[in-house]
Design a protein around this ligand. Structure first.
Ligand SMILES: C[S@@+](CC[C@H](N)C(=O)[O-])C[C@H]1O[C@@H](n2cnc3c(N)ncnc32)[C@H](O)[C@@H]1O
Length: 275
């Protein structure tokens, strides 16, 4: 298939729309309906770093089907979830309704977040877990994050590490090889018929365009947007299986290299405050 990375927005949106029914089946959503204290593994992982969000006004950028957004609402935050996938937001709204949590859902490209939601209205922006890899220009993203926040407001992101995203798919010889860009480029096209959850039917829209951003590109983009990084922690684990047989499931829905996991920073948590 001849795919132009410049068509990333429509390609990625179609791809994400086509993942939604599979993710609704495969994500562990049932406990949200039966246990009002249940939180997603992703939000639970970062509870020691997140601090108190009760009473704060938060926006979750690229909220997908809402499991983390609902979890933040359960911690007492007044949440808005933003995503460019209408089916994802329909699923998110159904989850929030069934879970008994009040969340506002907004459909928009993340680059239009501040124009759509208004400037300076939020105490915090939450995002990550496979969010930055869909955005071509991290500076434009950081400008939106900063514009959404009031002065003193903060960004909280747990994200796949840019080193992780350089790695090839699992090879027969089990070597992990740096195959893809570490620095920001015009985008890398992949055709992937299956998402990161188990499902039988292949995806109807398998073409995607991925973007990586180095740590310094992310840090500098935030600084230039008026944000000061106040916490940065790298983790050996990541909340999805990002390396096939080379990874194993450990506690709390996290995956880690099966052998010598200290070789790889698989994810990070970053907090930054608007100056
Ligand atoms: C891997 S998910 C994020 C993880 C999510 N927190 C979860 O619950 O698994 C990536 C999300 O980004 C959204 N997305 C990708 N590109 C976007 C864009 N340009 N603007 C807004 N949303 C986007 C997709 O629709 C998808 O819901």
């Amino acid at each position: 298939m001849d795919v132009n990375p410049a068509d990333y927005l429509s390609l990625n949106r179609s791809n994400w729309n086509s993942r939604v029914p599979h993710h609704v089946q495969a994500y562990d959503l049932a406990p949200f309906r039966t246990d009002p204290t249940h939180l997603s593994d992703v939000v639970r992982f970062d509870l020691p770093r997140l601090g108190v969000v009760s009473g704060l006004s938060g926006v979750h950028l690229q909220c997908h089907i809402g499991s983390d957004t609902v979890s933040l609402a359960r911690l007492g935050a007044h949440m808005t979830g933003l995503d460019f996938s209408a089916p994802a937001l329909t699923a998110a709204a159904a989850l929030a309704h069934e879970a008994g949590n009040d969340v506002r859902w907004v459909e928009a490209d993340v680059y239009a977040a501040a124009a759509t939601l208004g400037e300076g209205g939020f105490d915090f922006v939450y995002t990550g877990i496979g969010a930055l890899c869909w955005i071509p220009d991290v500076q434009r993203w950081a400008a939106n994050v900063a514009a959404l926040l009031r002065p003193g407001g903060f960004l909280f992101i747990r994200e796949g590490h840019p080193m992780l995203w350089t790695l090839c798919d699992p090879r027969d010889d089990q070597l992990l090889v740096m195959e893809y860009p570490y620095f920001e480029t015009a985008g890398t096209v992949f055709t992937e018929s299956y998402s990161y959850v188990e499902h039988d039917e292949p995806l109807a829209s398998p073409a995607i365009v991925h973007f990586n951003h180095s740590l310094s590109e992310i840090f500098n983009a935030l600084w230039h947007a008026g944000m000061t990084i106040t916490m940065f922690e790298e983790h050996q684990t990541v909340p999805w299986n990002a390396a096939g047989d080379a990874m194993e499931l450990v506690d709390g829905g996290e995956y880690r290299l099966r052998e010598n996991p200290e070789r790889l920073a698989a994810s990070y948590t970053l907090r930054a405050e608007k100056r």
